[in-house]
Structure formats: structure tokens, C-alpha cells
Design a protein around this ligand. Sequence first.
Ligand SMILES: C[S@@+](CC[C@H](N)C(=O)[O-])C[C@H]1O[C@@H](n2cnc3c(N)ncnc32)[C@H](O)[C@@H]1O
Length: 312
Amino acid sequence: MADYHISCMPVEAAHYLNLRPGGTYVDGTVGGAGHSRMICTRIQPGGLLVGIDQDLDAIRHAQDVLAPFFPRVSLHHDTFSHLDRIIGNLGLAGVDGILLDLGLSLHQLEGSGRGFSFKREEPLDMRMNTKATITAADIVNSWDVDDLIRIFREYGEEHRARSIAKAIVKARARKPLESSKALADLIYRSMPPAAARKQKIHPATRVFQALRITVNRELDRLQRTLPMAVACLNPGGRLCVLSFHSLEDRIVKQTFREMARTCTCPPRAPVCTCGGEAQVTLLTRKVVRPTAEEIAANPMARSTRLRAVEKR
Ligand SMILES: C[S@@+](CC[C@H](N)C(=O)[O-])C[C@H]1O[C@@H](n2cnc3c(N)ncnc32)[C@H](O)[C@@H]1O
């Protein structure tokens, strides 16, 4: 794996994580290890970084990149939705900060050979964890048309979900769709040529996003992990999430708001009966976006959105 370490919003992530020497921090999405390395440099002496990624390539790469910081680094090939178990197995009662930098790493997109990019002729796989059972090819070649329409709409916000799903079902009856390029070309051809040329993004972008989210159960895992991550924090500990599209950001925003509410009674209830206490304080009332300078230096950062909370 090449040394990919262009991290998004590293300055803001460091600020909201409140990194300090001697603290224990989790990078739940190690990827190219850029954020992990930044965290390690700021928490010494005495700090510990717990690094998690469901992609074995990322963990192997991090073993090299973070070697100077061993033994103050503990790396785990796992999903961040097992964070509570990982922390428990390390004998830690809680941690001081958790970072989740969602989405794909540059390595996965450009160098993994797993069909994440519609620009390449690669097997239609899209698994971040290659030990997982279901691939994008399994979905496009075996799911019925209604399920394809549902995921393209729900996870891709694709307006042409129905016609694309029908084109897939028709094409696969002749020959299974096995490469990312074959799928991207089919989606392109399923559009009227004038409309395809007018698109600002490649017509396959939304379908690829939907397939990737489905294969890796991204939204479901994020939804389950956020409250559990807060539970793993020490009082005053921080959770900082970087997301890349509105579906992820909506989950983060709503979950954080919910956890910051003092009262969970229905809005029309005349008096509070729940006695609820806020679990977190919102550190970012509005979403934080990268600076113009960062976007100029790293155009891939342009859609990053950062939100953070502090445990009460
Ligand atoms: C955007 S990259 C992280 C980049 C990293 N912050 C850096 O500075 O290089 C996202 C990484 O999160 C990993 N990932 C996504 N969902 C995950 C999950 N549920 N559990 C563990 N890792 C996950 C992906 O495999 C990928 O390597």
C-alpha cells in the first residue's frame, strides 16, 4: 500500500478532540493513518492510540507508519461498531477522545483493486473488509429489481433508480455484471445521451455510493456506533465525526442533537416526566467545513463535514 496520508481537516480534528499528552484516544477509521500519526505526535509522552480499521490493508500500513510510536499504539482489524469490546479487552474503563473519519480511503479508491471507482476496470467487489461475505457483484447480479430500486433511492438518492435497476436486470440476464467499468458504462448508456452529457457528476456516482453503503452496512453501523462511542468516553471526553455525504451527516446531526437534549418527553407534553439528562454538550452547533485553503490544496476535502460533542 502506497503512503496515502492526506487527511481531511486535521487541524480542526485535533482541536475538537482536545488532544493532550498522556491521554487515550481512538482512531476508529485508521485508513492511511494520517490522523493516527497526528494524534500520536500530540499525545506523547504517555499517551495511547487505539487504532481500528475494517480493512486489513489499512492496519498493515499503519503498523509501518506508526512504528515509531510503539508500544503506545494498539491496532485492531475490526469494525468500529465493536469499539466497546475492543476497549474492554484492553482493560480500559474509558477513553479521552474518539475520531471517526467516515467513507473511503484514498488507497481503497485508487489502489485497492476492489472496484470502488467507476473509472477503473476492476472486479465489482466494494468490500472494505475482504472477509465480509457479500460483494457489490452479488447485489447487482442477484437482488430483485425492487430491492435494487430501494437501495439506489435510499442510499444513493438516485432519481433514476427505477430505469437503472431495470437496465441492470435486463443486462445481467445476458451476462453477469462483473466489473466496475461494465456497470458504470451500463448506467451511462441507460440515460438519454443528451442528459448523460449534461450531468455534473458521472451518472454512476450515486449508484456506486448506494452499493458501497449496502455492502459495508455503513449507515446502520454508524447509527449503532455513535451512542456506544459516547458511552466509551470518560467524562469530558470528545467524539469527533467527519462525514462526506448528507446521509451520514444527517445521522450524526440527529444523534448528537438527541443526546444533547435534557428532556426526551414528547414536545407537546405539559410537564417533564422523563427526568432526562443530556449525555453530551454540542461543540459544533453548526457543521464545520474545511477552509478554502485546505480545499485548494486537497480538493477531495471539499465535501467534508465535521461535528463534535463532549461527554458530560
Ligand atoms: C476516509 S478513510 C480514513 C482516512 C484516515 N483518517 C487518514 O487520515 O488517512 C476511512 C477508513 O475507514 C474505514 N472504515 C469505514 N467504515 C469502518 C467501520 N465500520 N469500521 C472500521 N473501519 C471503517 C475504511 O476502511 C477506511 O480505511
